[in-house]
Design a protein around this ligand. Structure first.
Ligand SMILES: N[C@@H](CCC(=O)N[C@@H](CS)C(=O)NCC(=O)O)C(=O)O
Length: 204
């Protein structure tokens, strides 16, 4: 399999960490969504987004949620990091929805700073999306358990939340200026103990 996208992307990272944990070998092509690799990404995904996963038979999967669904299927119900049903599944899906939502808003904030000229920025809009991101990360911090978010065992919620959190700390540190996130810090440290997660750490 071939995984397209840089590990700086929290969406690529959660897929890569999951593949390492499931011991599914893959070739990594760290193409960037900006610059000369854009066409190569578009060849795999009409939206020019990462991640994309090219399977051994040539089929290409896009969107990290759909890719994780495929990987869970490959791992089988015993090893899948997303619980199969019931309240445990609903909780993990909710945690993942908040984590991906919070980081999507952080990405928008980063894009505002990176791509929009300062004189064209509309500060109420930037404040609105910043607040959504902050609120998501604060909520996650309140939910974090000991050590895992979803309870006693590691789930996809942990990989997703830590990937999202670590990205936002790098790309939008200003979002965290007014509150502490001790539990997300602890989660990040705990996952850092796992080689499968550690080796997906984006270069800083
Ligand atoms: N819902 C998508 C989001 C993927 C996404 O937003 N990827 C970013 C990189 S972090 C990207 O490709 N951005 C380029 C763009 O959307 O133009 C997923 O879960 O895979």
């Amino acid at each position: 399999m071939i995984l397209i996208g840089r590990y700086l992307s929290p969406f690529v990272r959660r897929v890569a960490a999951t593949m390492h944990l499931y011991e599914l070998p893959f070739e990594h092509r760290p193409f960037s969504v900006v610059g000369e690799d854009r066409q190569k990404i578009r060849d795999a995904n009409p939206l020019s987004r990462v991640p994309a996963l090219i399977l051994d038979d040539g089929e290409t999967l896009i969107d990290s949620g759909a890719i994780l669904d495929y990987l869970d299927e490959q791992a089988g119900p015993e090893r899948a990091l997303t619980p199969a049903s019931g309240g445990e599944r609903r909780r993990v899906l909710k945690l993942m929805a908040v984590a991906t939502g919070a980081v999507e808003k952080a990405i928008l904030v980063a894009y505002e700073e990176r791509y929009r000229p300062e004189e064209l920025r509309h500060s109420p809009w930037v404040e609105m999306i910043s607040e959504q991101s902050r609120s998501g990360f604060q909520w996650l911090d309140g939910e974090a358990g000991s050590p895992w978010l979803g309870g006693p065992r590691l789930t996809q919620a942990d990989l997703t939340a830590a990937s999202a959190y670590e990205f936002a700390r790098i790309a939008t540190p200003e979002l965290f200026a007014t509150f502490e996130t001790p539990k997300l810090e602890a989660l990040s440290r705990e996952l850092g103990e796992l080689e499968a997660f550690r080796k997906t750490a984006p270069p800083v």
